[in-house]
Every structure is written in structure tokens, then in C-alpha cells.
Design a protein around this ligand. Structure first.
Ligand SMILES: [Zn+2]
Length: 705
């Protein structure tokens, strides 16, 4: 079976110049969609279409690259840079649609295609970035760039492309390039394995009980779900609690039984360590750390972190470590203060013991209730999803940017719950399309994200088609969707990514929208979050779904005050994970330790973040962001972006807040520019100076001393 696939693949690769005409005619991915804004025609797309489009798409792009390279004319901007930007049309179109489908509405067939093509995409990328003849043409342009009479975005395109070649290994000799290809392929296999292991661990590491008393404190819905979960796995009459991505597990906030909490916490925090002959991810962690270091060394960097941070706004590991180290003392102080309240609460409960990690969230929840008197069921009726979306998110966008949203029902979607909106600019012209996919379901992975089906570019004439995906618990049949305040914040957050894509106004596809450094990309999204509590916006959307009354001011005050509660703990566990990430990637290839857990502990100790009651948000053995996602040596990016977001919002507030003038200023300098200029230059132009870190502490409600 495997050989057969391989042969078919080779034939397909060889056959590219005489395309299979039936494929061209029957596969909707092969041509530009005729729907408005080239919206994907989900009614026609089937999983099998992707494999065809990937195989041919890669082959077509290599042909295009070959054409560029074999052009006998001297390299110029048009015949090299522009030609590269235009290449890979089919592959890019198919991958954009595929990437959202495999996250938002996947199935076995799509998953299979995904794991089959992951290493092939890695090899394809090497085929372009390790092409010496192509690199030679780029070098020629790079050397002439200042005499070519180009605009700054075009010069940046040459510089970035040149740097991408070097970073991919284009300057290495052929033996080294061979090794580079091996490393890339191995890394791609290992990261896929790590991801598969984590999925299996989520299934394996469960806590079962046949005594419902052990679940005391959980809601009736949750207990019913635990019973169902056990039954679906063949454990009739039992209850099953499962873990989530992070060390923390949501059920820990409710479980009254301390022993049960300990078990659940340990199921989560000790996963991947091979307990009871279970899955052990530590060999993958060690091999990845070593391979990444070797890859960086091949390219002339002392370690992977230095390599990874070079194109980021942070630029170097030292800059990250300095900034984060400045935060650590105030974070520890705040966390200690929170722990005192928690210890008091424990003593009131008759527990005279050390504070354990499985106690924290449980008693934090009690403190939250006591101090802020917040009961979710009291708040939710004021946050009805549709009203939050239209009278909150869309309203804020209209007030700030002058844009408007209008739902349409004529475009095909990949799931009946997906909604589509026209987005109009302040002058009435249409900017693009916005898709909203808000409810969780089995075919969707966890978390929330933005994706682009079509990206804006003057060069290709395309305008943006953007989707926001969330995981809001669906309401019961016929009931309104009443959502949590944290869901409300996420709606605003993802809209921040969406407008980054929608307002994109650039020439080149590779510079469009969210194509910015990773430690900059969460800035626009985090920035929009703060409109959720702007009095004018809030009073417009926080309306009781039955009575039509506005949320009472004192309840609102409590909701807002509760936002800063537990921020010490949240920031502490986040920083712990960040430092573990940095330390793994600061190693050279001959410094790889033997013991994953001991190494992690020494990393935490080094930064004074080794308090046992506050373990890192992710421990190495299940840190998917850095061992299977794209955040290796980049986990700091969230807080780095938040510094900009907090500072930018404070700047806007001081200039009058929610005004069209402010919205235009921000759109002009940040959102419309995508990756067409240096990110920090854009920020300084917008702000008139550098960001002030104190605005982050204020935003998080952390005292600075
Ligand atoms: Zn985000």
C-alpha cells in the first residue's frame, strides 16, 4: 500500500507539465473561486481535493521557481521578487482553507492528509529556500537594493527574503545543506509525534471514580458530563474527569474533595513522564532540543534562542530575559499576597497544611466569590452572544474605525453554525468578508484563533476573507447563548486579529495583515480586548436578555475588579513556562541534559520561579507550544505583545479614547501596514516613542513594588 502511494506520488510529481485535465475540471481548488471575494466554495470542496491540490501545487510552484531561475535576463525586482510573490497560488489557496478546516472542523480523512503532508511541506520549503541559483538572484538584488529606486516595502521584501534564505541554510555547503534537510525532516517527524502523544495522553491520563460524592462541588452539568464520558469509554456506572492542555485543570476550581483534587492535578502535571509504563515524551524533548541547537549552530548561531529571536522585535534572548526579569519581583510579591488570602481560606476550612498546587485554584475561587461576590450565573444573562457581537464588538469597531458589518446567508460554509458578514468601510466600500464560527464541537480543536481564507494584496488584487473561531459552549436547543465575561473578552481579542487582516493595505502577499513578528502579532488582538470594559461600549451590549435592563453598575464594578484577581498567579505560572522555554533553547547541542525534570527545575530556580504551589503553565513533557507548535523560544511573545497593547491603549485613552480620529490613527500606522515595515518603527510612529512597561502592570492590576 505504501509503495503504491509512493509510486503514484512520483508519477504525479513528474507529470506536472501535462496536467490531468479531469482534475483541473473537477477539483474546485484548482481555480480561483467565482464567489464574492474568492470565498471558498465549501459546498464543492471534498477532503480528497486537498491531496491533489497539494501534490500539484507543490509541483507547480517548483516549476515557477525553475522558470525564475532559468530566466536569461538579469535578475530584476519584477522577474525575481514579484515572480516569487506570485508563485504557489494553488498551494497557498489550498493550504489556507485546509489549515482552518483541520482546526475547526476536522475528520479522520483530513487528519490523515495532514500527517502525510507535514514532512512533505517541510521538504518543499527546503526545495525553495535551499535553491542556490534562486538565492544568487536574490543576492544580486540585495546588493543593488539601494540603487533600484524602490519604495520601502519593496526594499524590505528583498531584505526579508535574503534573510530567509540565509536562515534556511542557503549559505551552507552541500554537505551541511544535506544535514540541514535531515534535521528539518526529523524535527517535523518529532513534532508531529509529540502532538500525537499529547492527544493520546489526554485520553490516557484520566481520573475515574465510582463514588459520585468524590465529585462534590462540581455543577450538575459537569457531573452528568463525567458520567457520560466514563460510559462512552466503557466504564459503566463510573465518573471520568479528564485533563486539558495546561497544568491547571478547570475542574480543580470546584472539587471539594482534596484527595480527588490531588489525583486530578497529578494526572495533569505528571503526564508524559512514562508513569506506569505510559507514554514518555521526554526522549522527544531531548532530541528536539539537541537538533534545534545543532541547526542553529550550523547556521552560525550559539543556540536556537538566538537564532529564533533575531527576526523578532525582541531581537535577542538578553532583551527578553532583561524585560521579564524586571517583572519577576512584582509578580512574586503579588502572588505571595494572593497566597495569604488563600491560606486564610484554607484554615477557615480546617486545613492546616502547606499550600499545594491542587489547592490554589480551588481556594482562589472561594476568595473570588468572597471578595468580589461574583457568581457566573448572575453575570451571564447580561452577555447574550448575539448582542455582545453586534452591540459590543461590531459597535466598538464602528465607533473606532467607522466600519460596519452586515450578515449574509448566500455563501457556502463548512459547518451550519458558521456565519458570514460583509464588512463595509466608513465610505461604504466593501473591505472584505468576515466569517464567525463560535461554538465548540467535537470536530474542533480547543482555543480560539483567526485565519485567512484569502489575504489582501494589491499585487494579486485580492481582498481579505477572514474567519474567527472560538470555543463557546453551545446553548441547549432553543435557548439563548449566554456567555462568560472571559468569552466576551475573547470575542474582542479575535476581532483584533480580524481587523489586522481586514485593514491590510499592502502590495505583497507575504507582507499582508498578520504577517508580522510573532511577538507583535498579539498586540492588535490584545489591544481590542480593552474595549470590552469601555463604559460606552459596555452599556451598549451588557443588557439582560429577558428584562432588557442594563447591567447594574455595582455588578459591573465587581466584574471589572475581579479581572485583576489571581493575576499574580496567572503571570507567575506563565513566566515559569516562558523561562523553561528560554532555557531549553539557550542550550548548545553538546549541553543537552539527561534529565528533563531536573533541568526544568533548575531553569525555574534560576529565575526564582520554583515555588511548588505555582507550577509552570506547561511543563516540558507536555509543552505543545514549544515542542509541537511554532512557539519555540517564542512563548514570551504573549506578554511582550501585551506590553505594546497596554501601552497603545493607554496612549489612545489619553488622546480621548473611542474616537474615529484615534481609530484612523491606529489603523493608518499599525493595522493597514501588516509586515510592510519594521514592526517597532511602526509602533514608534504610531506612539511617538517607546512603550512603557508600567502600563502592562497597571493593565494586569499588579502593583509595581
Ligand atoms: Zn491572539
Amino acid at each position: 500500500m505504501r509503495t503504491l502511494t509512493l509510486i503514484i506520488l512520483i508519477i504525479a510529481m513528474m507529470n506536472t507539465s501535462c496536467d490531468d485535465p479531469s482534475r483541473m475540471a473537477n477539483n474546485p481548488l484548482y481555480s480561483t473561486s467565482s464567489l464574492p471575494f474568492e470565498a471558498p466554495d465549501f459546498d464543492l470542496i471534498e477532503p480528497g481535493h486537498f491531496s491533489e491540490a497539494f501534490i500539484d501545487g507543490m509541483a507547480f510552484q517548483l516549476e515557477e521557481i525553475e522558470e525564475i531561475v532559468s530566466n536569461e535576463d538579469e535578475p530584476n525586482f519584477e522577474n525575481t521578487m514579484v515572480a516569487m510573490e506570485r508563485s504557489g497560488e494553488l498551494l497557498n489557496r489550498a493550504r489556507r482553507i485546509f489549515s482552518n478546516l483541520t482546526s475547526a472542523h476536522t475528520n479522520e480523512e483530513l487528519q490523515q492528509i495532514q500527517s502525510e503532508f507535514a514532512p512533505k511541506f517541510a521538504a518543499h520549503s527546503d526545495n525553495i529556500w535551499l535553491n542556490n541559483d534562486l538565492f544568487d538572484r536574490v543576492i544580486t538584488l540585495y546588493e543593488q537594493k539601494d540603487e533600484l529606486n524602490l519604495d520601502p516595502a519593496s526594499i524590505k521584501l528583498i531584505e526579508d527574503t535574503h534573510r530567509n534564505f540565509i536562515r534556511a541554510g542557503a549559505r551552507l555547503d552541500s554537505d551541511q545543506q544535506q544535514r540541514m534537510r535531515q534535521i528539518n525532516e526529523r524535527i517535523s517527524t518529532l513534532t508531529t509525534q509529540f502532538q500525537e502523544n499529547l492527544l493520546a495522553l489526554n485520553r490516557e491520563r484520566v481520573v475515574l471514580t465510582d463514588d459520585v460524592e468524590m465529585l462534590d462541588g462540581l455543577s450538575r452539568d459537569r457531573i452528568a458530563a463525567a458520567k457520560e464520558a466514563a460510559e462512552s469509554r466503557g466504564f459503566e456506572g463510573q465518573y471520568l474527569l479528564s485533563i486539558t492542555n495546561t497544568t491547571r485543570v478547570p475542574a480543580l476550581t470546584g472539587l471539594n474533595n482534596r484527595e480527588m483534587r490531588r489525583k486530578l492535578w497529578e494526572a495533569s502535571a505528571n503526564r508524559g513522564l512514562g508513569e506506569n509504563d505510559g507514554i514518555d515524551t521526554r526522549p522527544i524533548v531531548l532530541e528536539l532540543a539537541e537538533l534545534r541547537a545543532e541547526r542553529a549552530e550550523l547556521l552560525g548561531y550559539p543556540n536556537f534562542a538566538t537564532f529564533a529571536l533575531e527576526p523578532q522585535t525582541a531581537q535577542s534572548p538578553d532583551n527578553v530575559l532583561n524585560m521579564l526579569s524586571d517583572l519577576i519581583p512584582s509578580v512574586i510579591n503579588n502572588t505571595e499576597r494572593e497566597s495569604e488570602l488563600i491560606l486564610n481560606m484554607m484554615r477557615e476550612d480546617g486545613i492546616d497544611d502547606q499550600l499545594q498546587p491542587w489547592d490554589w485554584e480551588f481556594y482562589a475561587e472561594k476568595v473570588r466569590k468572597a471578595e468580589y461576590d461574583i457568581d457566573e450565573s448572575e453575570v451571564r444573562p447580561y452577555f447574550e452572544l448575539d448582542r455582545v457581537l453586534k452591540d459590543g464588538v461590531f459597535y466598538a469597531m464602528e465607533r473606532f474605525y467607522g466600519i460596519s458589518f452586515e450578515e449574509r446567508f448566500d455563501l457556502p460554509v463548512y459547518h451550519p453554525e458558521v456565519r458570514v458578514f460583509n464588512v463595509f468601510d466608513h465610505d461604504g466600500t466593501q473591505l472584505g468578508l468576515f466569517y464567525a464560527d463560535y461554538f465548540s464541537r467535537d470536530s474542533k480543536r480547543g482555543g480560539a484563533w483567526m485565519n485567512s481564507f484569502v489575504i489582501q494584496s494589491h499585487l494579486t488584487g485580492q481582498r481579505p476573507v477572514i474567519v474567527n473561531v472560538l470555543n463557546i459552549a453551545p446553548p441547549a436547543e432553543g435557548e439563548p447563548a449566554l456567555i462568560s465575561f472571559s468569552n466576551v473578552t475573547t470575542l474582542f481579542h479575535e476581532m483584533g486579529h480580524a481587523v489586522h487582516g481586514l485593514f491590510s493595505y499592502v502590495e505583497y502577499p507575504s507582507q499582508a495583515g498578520t504577517s508580522v513578528p510573532r511577538d507583535f502579532v498579539e498586540f492588535p488582538s490584545t489591544f481590542e480586548e480593552d474595549w470590552a470594559i469601555h463604559p460606552e461600549v459596555l452599556s451598549n451590549y451588557a443588557i439582560h436578555y429577558e428584562t432588557g435592563e442594563q447591567i447594574p453598575q455595582e455588578l459591573l464594578d465587581r466584574v471589572i475588579a475581579a479581572r485583576s484577581f489571581n493575576q499574580g498567579f496567572d503571570t507567575y505560572e506563565y513566566l515559569g513556562a516562558t523561562m523553561v522555554d528560554m532555557e531549553w533553547h539557550l542550550l548548545s547541542s553538546n549541553e543537552t541534559p539527561d534529565d528533563v525534570v531536573a533541568f526544568e527545575l533548575s531553569a525555574l530556580k534560576k529565575y526564582n520561579l520554583d515555588w511548588e504551589a505555582v507550577p509552570p503553565r506547561y511543563r516540558s513533557a507536555y509543552f505543545s507550544h514549544i515542542f509541537s507548535g511554532g512557539y519555540s523560544a517564542n512563548y514570551y511573545a504573549y506578554i511582550w505583545s501585551e506590553i505594546l497593547a497596554a501601552d497603545a491603549f493607554a496612549f489612545m485613552r489619553d488622546r480621548g479614547g473611542l474616537t474615529r480620529e484615534n481609530g484612523d490613527h491606529y489603523r493608518k500606522h499599525i493595522l493597514s501596514r501588516g509586515g510592510s515595515a519594521d514592526a517597532m518603527d511602526l509602533y514608534r510612529e504610531f506612539r511617538g516613542g517607546d512603550p512603557d512597561v508600567n502600563n502592562l502592570l497597571i493593565r494586569r492590576g499588579l502593583d509595581s513594588e
